[in-house]
Design a protein around this ligand. Structure first.
Ligand SMILES: Cc1ncc(COP(=O)(O)O)c(C=O)c1O
Length: 366
């Protein structure tokens, strides 16, 4: 500890213990300097520190004195005194304002509050079949799902979606338009335009889960539906989970007119963000490593798909069908009508099914 800090600490103890009382004169700089064998500059430094902390004060042409605020104990907070009348609460804006202020480096986060999101039973249109995580999210939020028939190659049936939007109070759609999980379907550009027109007509937002879009086998990335969106109705969601590693937990959303709401929900659900991982990935992107990595990944997945399809075509018994997606991780195998996939999963099925499972697993985990 530096000399001036030692001196300041000694005097603080004397003041706190009452040896030096409020209003008492503190020995002059010259006296202290002589008694303690310190330079006047050191003593002045210590006194300035104590003055800044409110322990002592200067009186013009008189010297230093113990601060008067030490005469009374620090005031204690009282029991709260709420209005006796009932009140309609209107605090959410303030809570969000406070939470959003945490992004400001100059704001010290002294506290935070998490109002519960009040959700109850809205209708969400989803693909059929849909990614199980989508089903879990709908379930966890207590929402209702309405399934839209989905073609394994070109995705959701727009005519059916139009009928459903006409008849039902759908509040949002959740679709994967590129290399859908689990079908691998890719929605063509024309259909994306039509989809956006339908959404605009009914003023229904689309959560576009686009996490596989980077994993195309062709020459270019498929356009996202967001690219056709003029009114901010599409929330395009991406992630590094499928193309780099799920452990980073880093994704993004281009949320259009919902950006503010989504930002608030993000703060409510996770508060903090993994900044070191974001910085590392930003560097990886800037230096071109990610692009090189994606090139290798795409070629690897395309080659794996080719060999898995060759094996499946050679071994699939009659009655089975399999898709050939243009990107992503998935192959969609359809079993003959009389075979129950859950049964196959639980019992491993007769020999031929077991072989299919082995081939399919080989593809998934190769
Ligand atoms: C279609 C789809 N969306 C989202 C996710 C989850 O992505 P993340 O790890 O970024 O939460 C997955 C992961 O399996 C997925 O398949």
């Amino acid at each position: 500890m530096k000399l001036y800090q030692q001196l300041a600490d000694n005097l603080t103890v004397l003041i706190r213990q009452g040896a030096l009382k409020p209003g008492d004169r503190v020995p002059s700089v010259r006296e202290t300097s002589r008694e303690r064998g310190m330079s006047p500059a050191t003593v002045i430094h210590a006194y300035e520190l104590l003055e800044g902390q409110g322990f002592i004060e200067t009186r013009p042409r008189s010297g230093y004195y113990v601060g008067t605020q030490w005469s009374t104990p620090a005031p204690q907070p009282r029991t709260s005194r709420p209005s006796p009348r009932s009140t309609l609460l209107d605090v959410s804006e303030l809570v969000f304002e406070v939470l959003e202020s945490l992004r400001n480096r100059n704001v010290v986060p002294m506290g935070s509050a998490f109002p519960s999101p009040t959700l109850s039973g809205d209708l969400v249109a989803i693909e059929s079949p849909a990614f199980y995580g989508c089903l879990q999210a709908v379930e966890a939020l207590g929402l209702k799902a309405i399934e839209i028939p989905t073609h394994p190659t070109h995705g959701i049936d727009l005519a059916c979606l139009a009928r459903i939007l006409d008849k039902h109070p759908v509040r949002a759609c959740w679709f994967m338009t590129s290399f859908q999980n689990p079908l691998g379907a890719l929605v063509p550009d024309e259909a994306r335009k039509e989809l956006v027109q339908l959404l605009e007509l009914h003023d229904v937002p689309l959560i576009e889960d686009d996490v596989y879009a980077e994993l195309y086998f062709g020459s270019r990335r498929p356009k996202s539906t967001k690219a056709f969106d003029q009114k901010g109705l599409v929330l395009n969601c991406g992630s590094f989970s499928k193309s780099l590693a799920p452990g980073y937990r880093i994704g993004w959303v281009a949320a259009g007119r919902f950006a503010r709401t989504v930002g608030r929900r993000k703060v409510m659900s996770s508060l903090a963000t993994n900044i070191p991982a974001q910085n590392a990935i930003a560097l990886y992107l800037r230096q071109g490593g990610y692009d090189r990595h994606l090139g290798v990944l795409r070629r690897t997945f395309a080659a794996q798909q080719k060999s898995a399809l060759q094996a499946l075509h050679a071994h699939l018994p009659p009655g089975f069908t399999v898709t050939q997606p243009q990107g992503g991780y998935f192959l969609w195998l359809e079993l003959p009508d009389h075979v129950d996939a859950i049964d196959v999963h639980r019992n491993q099925g007769p020999g031929s099914y077991r072989a299919i499972i082995a081939v399919a697993e080989g593809y998934a985990y190769a």
